[in-house]
Write a protein that binds this ligand. Sequence first.
Ligand code: SF4
Ligand code: SF4
Ligand code: SF4
Ligand code: FES
Length: 950
Amino acid sequence: MYSNKVLDHGTPASSSAQQVSVQIDGTPVTVPAGTSVMRAAIDAGVKIPKLCATDSLDAFGSCRLCVVEVEGRKGYPASCTTPCENGMKVKTQTPKVAALRKNVMELYISDHPLDCLTCPANGNCELQDMAGVVGLREVRYGYDGENHLQATKDTSNPYFTFDPSKCIVCSRCVRACEDIQGTFALTVQGRGFQSKIASGPTDFLHSECVSCGACVQACPTATLMEKSVYEQGQPDHAVVTTCAYCGVGCAFRAEMKGSEVVRMVPHKDGKANHGHSCVKGRFAWGYATHPDRIKKPMIRAKITDPWREVSWNEAIAHAASEVKRIQAKYGRTSVGGITSSRCTNEETFLVQKLVRAGFGNNNVDTCARVCHSPTGYGLKQTLGESAGTQDFDSVEHTDCMIVIGANPTDGHPVFASRMKQRLREGASLIVIDPRAIDLVRTPHVEAAFHLQLKPGTNVAVLNALAHVVVTEGLAKESYIAERCEPEAYAKWKAFVSLPKNSPEALAAETGVPAAAIRGAARLYAGARNGAIYYGLGVTEHSQGSTTVMAIANLAMVTGNIGRPGVGVNPLRGQNNVQGSCDMGSFPHELPGYRHVSDDATRALFESVWQRPLDHEPGLRIPNMFDAAIDGSFKALYVQGEDIAQSDPDTQHVQKALESLECLIVQDIFLNETAKYAHVFFPGSSFLEKDGTFTNAERRISPVRKVMPPLAGMADWEVTVAFAQALGYAMHYAHPREIMAEIAKLTPTFTGVSYEKLERLGSIQWPCNDEAPTGTPYMHTQQFVRGKGRFFLTEYVATPERTTRKFPLILTTGRILSQYNVGAQTRRTANTVWHDADVLEIHPHDAEQRGIKDGELVSLQSRKGETALRAVVTERMQPGVVYTTFHHPESGVNVVTTENSDWATNCPEYKVTAVQVVAHARQSDWQHRYEQFSDAQEHMVPKTAVRGEGR
Ligand code: SF4
Ligand code: SF4
Ligand code: SF4
Ligand code: FES
């Protein structure tokens, strides 16, 4: 039988540099000081029986199954809690310890149901294993005494069950929830025989539990068990792959039965997640085989026509002939493409190659336009590289972290758990956010400062922080003198020192008390290692790029770049948004962030691609929309993006899409954009193809095919066939060959190959001759651009002002259980936590408007109107309301505006002047949407969904 057990060393590894030597059953071993006897025994080839110990948790020493004898010591110490000492001689198998262990097992088994044969954990249960290991054959205490065998099962969580009748109260779940996840949802209630595990006063679903699965993973019995294992039985093989949700990039073992996923188990060797997960990657993978998947290509002449299911050949030939027809009629630049930050690097690379070499223009863009394009621009300008500076492990060395415009517990949950671990160890925290995000106060973690600024004033707050650093003599002058451009620094220093940039002068504008800014600046500048983590609350503003540069300035002036524990760390939204940028998805840059106007770079690509390349940058997404409405842009190929839902000013986007003569959408579902399409290529999920994703720490991780593509072709194969039909041949037999081409053409990838990924597990770029195994943190000796460059960051208030008509500011974000436009998570049981977007509003604003909690309210801006339910909460500051954009029918982007970042056009999602009105009904837009959407769904032939057609 396949075993899904990964070698468990019993206790965590020690990081001590000092070594100690011991003998285990006569075998000498040398281990780092602090290593437990249990762990050292594994090195000596001896597995000591255990139940309460596991190597993801500190030893607890409660079960006493791991007792050993130590020469010269009295008693029988637990090997999991006994550290090795030089010269120690340990015996793990003596008649006495064998008897003690048997006795322990007898006690456990006498209070355990003997239903092994029908238990879902049968064959993969540590209790069952240990009974065998200690040689238990009979239970002298019988099964008639007082026991817990009738305890009620809790099945409230949609993904796992809690069956207390099987619980041995080893507390591994409680410790996992506390130490790994940092949620503290579980407790051991009562003492002795009465002790039991509880999810607080309520069931799992209604408790503090965030369904990360750490307790399920830690449980040695079937007490906490995935429902999928109950339903499908134990898996028969496993494949290591990478989560397709957020930019943390967790590695998972897809545990399979044939070609069906039974469960996704976080991979212990995953360097981004070290065996941890969140609810999305761990449990919300069922969308991949959801009945809504479209499995057949479809075409139609007009969007009012029903779809016609066709063969792949016909769909691809039709799409190619449409692109050719449109280019012949309207010109070479009348067509373009959008790459996907959900697809693999290899697929993204091919789409931009198709546009540049096949379409013959640079009209290619990606969804990073609407999230982290300012990061690319701002960091390139200041530091010389368009990516975060650190690996996630770096946080272990951080003494003070600034979290600005990010909500890691919801957006990047696995990394948030690492942050919380470090904060519990004593690091300090400064949160800069209009909302009281969860990190401001969670169990055992409290921010030293929460700078609750008004939306749109990030630059002012960062300038004020820099003002304090500079004027109070906290700048690291020697670091700056060595590492940064002196003239730019002198100018910047004079600028931030101006009285107008003082916390006192800016307090009214930012809404943040000057004393709090001063305190936060001193804390960050005075820390041994200070790190800044930021998200879309930084970038999605009219001054997004300025804010990124202000963050880089602040890190440089305090000497906080170039070593572990520091840095500028963008928390990337989608799984491969870093990769889609790296792969040349922007209209002005070829892969590796090299400008299309650079002759030498173009010549290199032309020699490999065998096509002349345009030296003019192409259209950005918003320009494509404008050009479509103007009539000069006529065809668009969109791979794996839902621009109709995710981009701002929905009605403008809809008009643009309606204006196209040919919209080709490649997706796994009939998403909102596909409802405006003329050609539909069914996409493949991450489970159906090989490739790589690159996470927020520049880590390239393998994505491995665990099942065949449901529609018969992986996305990269479709792009290859599309190019071929356009008359531009691409020759790849496997994504590894695409990566070989990427490596050949991209200086930061020259050392990357599938063989190396296989060997190392994952690689952080740059990976080349200078860094053959990759680069965990950047700018160590000098900045990539040579000297770091300070930029003047003049604060300019957003043009989006509140008025009497629109007196509130709307800001947007995500929540834990849903993901982005929700196309995946809405098709999973995650909807139990969030089945609709809601509007968070402060009690004062609600009262003024007569709004009650739970009531349907109208949200209005100068762009449009929608209606959603209000949640009255003090998380919000007065004057600011908040919502998410996971559900298309709530249509929050109907109200967001065309304002965008001055440098990159990243939309200003985070600031929209709105009014909220009580007693609402669905808006006109929502009515129209509902009718249009229903009609479109009915136009899809049933056979295309079932995959039964031609
Ligand atoms: S639920 Fe599992 S991990 Fe938790 S105490 Fe019981 S047996 Fe141990
Ligand atoms: S699933 Fe995660 S949050 Fe919930 S109880 Fe288990 S460890 Fe805690
Ligand atoms: S943290 Fe992100 S990458 Fe990790 S499991 Fe959750 S969604 Fe997936
Ligand atoms: S495994 Fe050591 S006491 Fe439980």
